[in-house]
Ligand binder design. Structure first.
Ligand code: ADP
Length: 255
C-alpha cells in the first residue's frame, strides 16, 4: 500500500501515519523527520536546511526529492509506505509521479486531513505547553510566529496539490477535526476496495465447468429443477381462486 497524507502542520499526519504503519506493516516516510535528522547530524543537507526550517519556509524541491528518491528504494519501503510531509509543492508531486512511474509503482490513495486553521494554532500551542510541562525539547519551528509562516506556505504551495490528485481521482478528504480514533476509522474506510466499502457482497466464486464437481453440481441442480414445478402446481391446486396468469408467472420463474 502506498499513500500520501496531505494536510497543514498540526493536522495530525504524524499520528495517523504511525497508526497506518502499525496496521499495514508499511514504512513512514516523513521528510520533516529526515530533515531534522540531517540537521542533528550536521550533514550538508542539514546545514542547508536548518535556517530555512527555522523560518518555517520550504527547503528547495531538488533537495527533498533527492532524499525521497533514495528513501523509497530502501528495503523497508518495498512493502509500501505512507508519505507524511511530502510532496509539498506541485513540482515535488510531479517528481514523485516520475519516481513511481520509473519503478512501475502506483499510489493507492491521497488522504487529505481537512482542518480549521484557527483550531490548528490552538492545537499546536497546546502541544507546546504539554511538551514544556513534560520537560521535552520543543521543535525550533513550533512557535506561534513561525507556525503562521508554515501555514502560509501550506496555503500557497501545498494546498494546490489537492487539485493535482483530485484530477487523477486519487484524493480522499477526511475530517481532521474529529477525534483521533474517528479520523483513523475514516481513513480505513477510504482505503477499503470500493465495492466492500459500500457493503456489497463479494463476487461469487468462479466455478470451473467440465470437472467432476461440476458434473455433480449439474446433477443436483437437475433433480431440484425437476421437483420445483410440481411443488408449485400443488400450491396452485390448494388455492383454487388464484388467477391463471399469476400461476403461469410463478411457474416461469421457478423454471
Ligand atoms: P509540519 O509539522 O509543519 O507539517 P514537518 O515536520 O513535516 O512539519 O516539516 C518541518 C519543516 O521541514 C517544514 O516547515 C519545511 O521547512 C521542511 N520540510 C519538510 N518536508 C518538506 C518538503 N517536502 N519540502 C520542503 N520542505 C520540507
Amino acid at each position: 500500500m502506498r499513500l500520501i497524507l496531505l494536510g497543514p502542520p498540526g493536522a495530525g499526519k504524524g499520528t495517523q501515519a504511525q497508526r497506518l504503519i502499525a496496521k499495514h506493516g508499511i514504512a513512514q516516510l516523513s521528510t520533516g523527520d529526515m530533515l531534522r535528522a540531517a540537521v542533528a547530524a550536521g550533514t550538508p543537507v542539514g546545514l542547508l536546511a536548518k535556517s530555512i526550517m527555522d523560518r518555517g519556509e520550504l527547503v528547495p524541491d531538488d533537495v527533498v526529492v533527492a532524499i525521497i528518491a533514495e528513501r523509497i528504494d530502501q528495503p523497508d519501503a518495498k512493502r509500501g509506505f505512507v508519505l507524511d510531509g511530502f510532496p509539498r509543492t506541485v513540482p515535488q508531486a510531479e517528481a514523485l509521479d516520475r519516481l513511481l512511474a520509473e519503478r512501475g509503482l502506483k499510489l493507492d490513495a491521497v488522504i487529505e486531513l481537512k482542518v480549521d486553521e484557527g483550531i490548528l494554532l490552538q492545537r499546536i500551542e497546546k502541544r507546546i505547553a504539554e511538551m514544556t510541562a513534560r520537560g521535552e525539547k520543543i521543535r525550533a519551528d513550533d512557535n506561534p510566529e513561525v507556525l503562521k509562516g508554515r501555514l502560509a506556505a501550506y496555503r500557497t504551495q501545498t494546498a494546490p496539490l489537492a487539485g493535482h490528485y483530485a484530477s487523477k481521482g486519487m484524493l480522499k478528504g477526511v475530517d481532521g477535526m474529529a477525534a483521533i480514533d474517528a479520523v483513523t476509522a475514516a481513513i480505513d474506510r477510504n482505503l477499503k476496495p470500493a465495492g466492500l466499502a459500500r457493503g456489497k457482497a463479494a463476487k461469487p466464486r468462479h466455478r470451473k465447468p467440465g470437472t467432476a464437481k461440476a458434473a455433480k453440481r449439474a446433477a443436483r441442480k437437475g433433480s431440484a429443477r425437476g421437483k420445483r414445478p410440481a411443488m408449485a402446481a400443488k400450491r396452485v391446486k390448494k388455492r383454487p381462486g388464484q388467477r391463471k396468469n399469476r400461476t403461469r408467472r410463478r411457474l416461469t420463474r421457478v423454471r
